[in-house]
Design a protein around this ligand. Structure first.
Ligand SMILES: O=C[C@H](O)[C@H](O)COP(=O)(O)O
Ligand SMILES: C=C(OP(=O)(O)O)C(=O)O
Length: 357
């Protein structure tokens, strides 16, 4: 009689991180780009760099061709707005689901329930190498506690999502990640779970993980000193407005945490209506023009084509460049709203510096 693995259908061995990275190696140029980009985000969090960082891109990547096209367009925009905004591309491969659904490119790269995870990792790593080569820093959601060993060297900033901010496993993992990390508030809108996470993650933890040779290991982390809250609304309410931002600042101060806030313009902050994201972004810009100093970053869900589509049984019916998870703003709106934000911030900085002449 077996008392173990009774609900396990099958186990497959995965290539080790070391072998995997040999197949798709980091180049010295990409390594310098990633390190410089991480340093820029740290500098923004430390207020040594006065720009705002922007995480913008598809809710999830399901088609690498569209992701490359998006990255090429975004790179031009990022260069154009670089004096005021530091732009990172959302390259989300791991989707946390409320119940069930497609869990992302790594989990099911062929979108057909074949769950070819090793292939998904290769496709994902290859894409991230290309996006870094294009010259864009990458932002992701760190969801699976094993995959950072395979991918994290290519990432500049990570989020811990609203569904996992309260999870000890994710706080432990984040305490050992080499990137600045944003913790979303809870799906019910609660700030407390994110504040607790920020306190937890700055400490070292000892937990189970794998080493580069893929051996199960006891990991001793030293703590992540670059974490911050991400306001995404929840429980049917928004929390990007000046009152909620002020309440968040107060909570951070009371807990002796750095006063650094990122606002996610999507999710509950736009009531899941992508077309409302520019209004949220404009509100954030306005708060900054009115003197807010705690907002350091914003997030937008954007793709080549606005909206979203259902992943049905026939993949050939999918519209190119459109999200198969949450709805996104389209490319033209993305350019327009980020240009407007950068322009307003530039005028504001100019007028402030003229006042000091
Ligand atoms: O951003 C993505 C989604 O909001 C998240 O993965 C949850 O999606 P679901 O509620 O459709 O499962
Ligand atoms: C799942 C996401 O967000 P949240 O955790 O805020 O729901 C996301 O940004 O893709």
């Amino acid at each position: 009689m077996s008392l173990e693995n009774t609900n396990i259908a099958n186990l497959e061995r995965l290539v080790t991180p070391v072998e995997f990275k040999k197949r798709l190696p980091l180049t010295p140029q990409i390594a310098s780009h990633v390190e410089a980009s991480r340093q820029t985000v740290r500098d923004i969090l430390d207020r040594k760099d006065q720009r705002l960082f922007v995480v913008v891109g598809p809710c999830s990547v399901h088609d690498t061709k569209a992701a490359i096209e998006y990255a090429s367009r975004l790179k031009l925009l990022a260069d154009e707005l670089a004096d005021d905004l530091f732009i990172l591309m959302r390259v989300y491969f791991e989707k946390p689901r409320t119940t069930v659904g497609w869990k992302g490119l790594i989990n099911d790269p062929y979108l057909d329930g074949s769950f070819q995870i090793e292939k998904g990792m290769s496709i994902g790593r290859e894409l991230m190498l290309k996006i870094n080569e294009i010259g864009l820093p990458i932002a992701n959601e760190a969801l699976d506690p094993i995959s950072p060993q395979y991918m994290q060297d290519l990432i500049t900033w990570s989020a811990i999502g609203a569904r996992t901010t309260e999870s000890q496993t994710h706080r432990e993992m984040a305490s050992g990640l080499s990137v600045p990390i944003g913790f979303k508030n809870g799906t019910d809108g609660s700030l407390g779970v994110a504040i607790n996470a920020l306190q937890s993650v700055s400490n070292g933890h000892s937990f189970l993980g794998i080493d580069p040779e893929g051996k199960v290991s006891i990991v001793h982390s030293s703590g992540n000193q670059y974490s911050h809250i991400v306001l995404r609304g929840g429980g049917g309410k928004q929390n990007y407005d000046s009152v909620n931002v002020r309440l968040t600042e107060r909570a951070l101060r009371e807990n002796q945490l750095p006063i650094n806030i990122m606002v996610d313009c999507s999710h509950a902050n736009s009531n899941k209506d992508p077309e409302l994201q520019p209004l949220v972004l404009d509100n954030i810009t306005q708060q900054i023009l009115e003197g807010n100093q705690s907002i350091v970053g914003v997030m937008l869900e954007s793709h080549l084509i606005a909206g979203s589509q259902k992943l049905g049984d026939d993949k050939s019916q999918l519209e190119y460049g459109k999200s198969i998870t949450d709805g996104c703003i389209g490319w033209e709106t993305t350019e327009e709203c980020l240009r407007q934000m950068a322009q307003k911030l530039r005028h504001f900085k100019k007028s402030v510096s003229q006042n000091y002449v």
